[in-house]
Write a protein that binds this ligand. Structure first.
Ligand code: GRF
Length: 221
């Protein structure tokens, strides 16, 4: 097997997607290893998860910096020191500058809890419920300067139930996220997908075609 890609993860909070990546990356044939986790929030729960898994952690609190550029320069130093090749945002709540995004172009992915390009931004599940949408889901995409924007790697569709609350819907989408994010990172790390003209294309017939359905589609409607 070719060398595993060295991955850095950026978080701000709970880190349950980080946990899914940690769990997946324990498999011997997984093409990525998590070598650094940066949190911009002191005390974020994700820090404990990374420490538990013996992943190097580092807190870089944006509040200690006078500008976004200075904050990002500190992150770049840490990422460089750990020889990070690919970056994953996992609940990372900072807007990144064009300069940072360009430096990591097509080597940097994010997970968002909706079927992009619908419902970008915060309070996603509440807005989904407000519209009466019957299907929502989650998306892993390459990061671009605009929020929740960029070439889509993979998506999972999740049904909305009539009695869903914001919390119940979030929980169901999260279950799909935990499958989708490790799968997306595998595709990217193994070079099974690449960006062409701002679309992600699969290098094999299967690679670009993954769509998860939760619950699975019935045979007949
Ligand atoms: C997830 O729903 C993710 O899609 C979004 O932020 C949430 C982070 O949750 N970007 P966690 O920190 O991974 O538990």
């Amino acid at each position: 097997m070719t060398a595993k890609k060295r991955v850095g993860v950026l978080i701000s909070g709970r880190g349950s997607n980080l946990q899914a990546l940690i769990d997946a990356s324990q498999a011997p044939d997984y093409p990525a290893e998590l070598v650094l986790m940066i949190s911009n929030v002191l005390g974020a729960k994700g820090l404990d998860r990374a420490a538990e898994a013996d992943i190097r952690t580092c807190v870089i609190d944006h509040k200690n910096f006078g500008s976004r550029e200075d904050f990002e320069a500190e992150m770049e130093t840490a990422l460089n020191e750990a020889s990070v090749e690919l970056l994953c945002n996992a609940g990372f709540m900072r807007i990144l500058t064009e300069g940072f995004v360009t430096h990591w172009l097509n080597r940097h992915i994010n997970i968002h809890p909706s079927l992009l390009p619908a419902f970008k931004g915060l309070h996603t599940h509440k807005r989904v419920l407000d519209t009466g949408a019957k299907i929502t889901g989650c998306t892993v995409h390459f990061v671009r300067a605009a929020m929740d924007d960029g070439p889509i790697v993979v998506q999972a569709a999740v049904t909305v139930s009539p009695d869903d609350t914001e919390d119940s819907l979030a929980a169901r989408v999260l279950e799909a996220e935990y499958k989708l994010y490790p799968h997306a990172l595998k595709l990217v790390a193994a070079g099974e997908v690449r960006v062409e003209g701002e679309h992600v294309v699969g290098m094999t017939p299967e690679a670009g075609q993954t769509v998860l359905f939760s619950p699975p589609l019935p045979d007949t409607l």
